[in-house]
Ligand binder design. Sequence first.
Ligand code: ZN
Length: 597
Amino acid sequence: MSPTGEEPSAVATSPSNCPACSALTEGTAWQRYRVCSRCRYHFQLTAAERIELLADPDSFRPSNPTLISVDPLVFTDRVSYRDRLERARRETSLNEAVVTGTARINGRDCVLAVFDFNFMGGSMGSVVGEKVALAHEAAAERRVPFISVVSSGGARMQEGMLSLVQMGKTAAAAMRLHQAGVPSITVLTNPTTGGVYASFASQGDFLLAEPGALIGFAGPRVIEQLTGEPPPAGTHTAEFLLQHGQLDGVVDRARLRGVLATLLQLFHSRGPVEVRSAPEPYRPPNTPPLSAWPEVELARRDDRPTSADYIRRLMPQFVELRGDRVYGDDAAVIAGIGDLAGITVCAIGQERGHGDPKRNGGRVRPEGFRKAARIMRLAAELRFPLITFIDTPGAHLDYESEARGLAGSLSSCLANMSVLPVPVVSVVIGEGGSGPALALGVADRILMQEHAVYSVIAPEGAAAIVHRDAARARDIADALKMTAYDCLVLGVVDAIVPEPENGAHLDPDYAALLLRGEVISALLELRKRDSRRLVEERWRKFRRMGEFQRLVEVEAADSQRAEALRTAMRHAFGSLGQLRERWPTRERRQQGATSTT
Ligand SMILES: [Zn+2]
């Protein structure tokens, strides 16, 4: 049927047994969601069933329902395209494979595009492409979020190249929606392959999928035909793609409406909010801690609150986003979108996970940096302020990290952060270890918890280099000037956030409350600036860092020398404009000389 070779299977509306576990289909999960009560197998739904499950009652208004396909190639295989279309219309009571329109979800407006696999395998011909593009345009024009629910075999062979170019058209429409700063969500359902998956569907700002859904550019049968053997079991599933960084989440159908409603609510509440009074700023301690080592030990405690602990307490409405959309999902970085006191923000943090091995102690891999950079770009596109939580001993160091671009991915975080057109607040909450810590720290306001540490190298590493003995870390910690007090004096952080007496681990709730006040007051202050000023001031903030007295003097002397040189050149060549006029002549002469040799 479609170029991907996935034949549409008829949707059984009332099968008697689950194809996955053979249990009888019965019970409320089946009745309400068409989900197996025993194994959660998700049956296919028609577009109408989807809309009924997702949209508020009677809120859906279809758009362009009368557009119908023609047969531009007069295509015939076993059956003529015209007859196929006729049969699909009769069997589905639809005019095409996608239903578009406006709707509300939990009272919030959105534009919906819902595919129906029963109509020629949800394949995308001219009409499907046109309706998808129109729906994107409607979302951009009305500035309401765009949600597509996709199940498709890909392009529609019967319309030839006219079908293929719909990929370009719909991806372009999605890109224009990005440029307009309007959020988009794609829900991938069973099955999604080929040209729909590889065009607008993958462009969603948020990519969700239903459990067990078959998803892939080329379906497993195509791969088997090409390679002679079937791909390993479990590939081409939503779970496989989540693990490989391609999805933000796998969401059970019973929870899908809730997740979409939360996201729509978060998109909605990004307008300016009034907070009557910002909390009193904290006065940093006047005296430094007696020695740095106890601070290092406090910062590294397994029971010290982590990014996830603070995010949970600061943002009760939080949707986690996963994956770098390239290779994997690094659990050492937690990221998402949430509501902080009525302001929708993007949040990124390194997550040590209290010893949970999958968090890798907060040691970041390239996938983690790429995920962070992706969320930074999302914050820029949708104009959400960014809050980052810094808590990492460093990067995950092995040859595989190098092969997958450790330095490059870290660097892209630094570079992306520097130009974000939104307020950026960073908090060092634990161990701020070297470059991987700074990767989340190019911020407008850099806060540091009282007992956190921040340093260019771990004391063990420094001791190994200086004393050839990592055990002497305790001695060298003081010299590294890594306590919150030191960092404030050095000017690398802007403020110290107080902790409950003797450390945040003794009262995480109170620690979160103290942190919340500081973050909100920083955000409120930054929100008064426009994006140009934010970026300019952030640049100047980092541009200044590291300049100390002697260097400034050298620079001043240098600039005097440079000015003297410019004056001498003006005397020799006249004005800069006159000087430029001579260049083309010389270049032409040189080119001429080259071409004759
Ligand atoms: Zn089942």
